[in-house]
Design a protein around this ligand. Sequence first.
Ligand SMILES: *Cc1c(COP(=O)(O)O)cnc(C)c1O
Length: 428
Amino acid sequence: MNLKTVEFSESFAREMDFKDSLAQFRSRFYFPKVKGQEAIYFCGNSLGLQPKMVKDYLDQELKNWAELAVDGHFQGEDAWYHIRKKSKPALAEILGAQEHEVVAMNNLSVNLHLLMVSFYRPTAERFKIIIEKGAFPSDQYMLESQVKFHGLNPDEVIVELGPRAGEYTLRTEDILAEIRNQGDQLALVNMAGLQYYTGQLFDMKAITAAAHEVGALAGFDLAHAVGNVPLQLHDWEVDFATWCSYKYLNSGPGNVSGIFVHERFAERPDLPRFAGWWGHDEGQRFAMEKGFLPMFGADGWQLANSNVLALAAHQASLDIFQEAGIQRLREKSEQLTGYLEFLINKISGESGILEIITPENRSQRGCQLSLLIHRGGKTVFDEWYQQGVVGDWRHPNVIRLAPTPLYNSFMDVFRFGKILEQSLKKFA
Ligand SMILES: *Cc1c(COP(=O)(O)O)cnc(C)c1O
């Protein structure tokens, strides 16, 4: 998108939609209604929309269950015993991983704990953890409880890294400097890949390299990165990661999470872990004998048999991602969010009512823009909702808007611009 030709006009938005090769994907999703009208849905960062095909995928498994019952574990094209394998090609593409490095399982917060068991091994000398300040609460509680579990004091272990005074987001150079500063004492960098509140995308490659240089590990919570920005976890040498599937991955409320464990840990039965039968060597699982033998790769971290119905809904969405392609999605995403940014700056402009705190640099953000609202507060946000805009409000004064390239259009952004223009007039 050429910034010189961008316009706050319906004809411009229609033209962009007309040229958009991903425009057809919109019709594959159900849109919620606000006051009887189809919403302008900018909340995929919180809960992605339902793909219309989800019902068919679920119906297929309900049919298998009805017709095969227990035999469904081993019979049919998608025998449940191996069902975890089905999502691997798509997940590998989305995460930039080898198939054996990823597996869908559990929920995000559960996976964070399981991964910490293996990858946070504090010693008297090396015990510190770096996390970004203001991390998602579940991640903070997880860290605090893990540290206490090891009998350590969270205040002495957890290093929270905040922005410089007067700034809203972190500078990569400051993150790298803190890693070097902690040096030999640093055990782990455990940050978000993309920060939920500010929308900042961190340089995971540089952070991982810096962590490794001082002898520490790097793991990321990709809740807001997965399905939003292209990832190359394998090549970046990230040690481990986890995510959820109900935000940009559109797999349904509370649906299954996934983990990434780098190949270099694929054959490390010595790594401590909390084990269950589904992580045990598949060939010998039904020998029902004692002596845990972890499966190769990420599969060796599974505890329990797959939640088949959850995976069915997940697959309906993953198939769409494979069809659309993460690179193509990213190209559109930069344009769509660029358009939203342009309109907000143009409309709010001099009034100073709205301030975008998400980095301007496209390589440091995904589709979400976080807006600090200086006047009007939640009243403004509520008014947008009355006009059909579904975004989200974060206490005390941030609005997050996430136009997603799969199902949002340039007309959505334009229509939001019109609503914004009206609502800000009152506070000018
Ligand atoms: C959404 C989100 C979670 C949610 O955790 P669940 O275990 O899926 O409930 C955790 N961490 C981050 C960073 C998130 O964005």
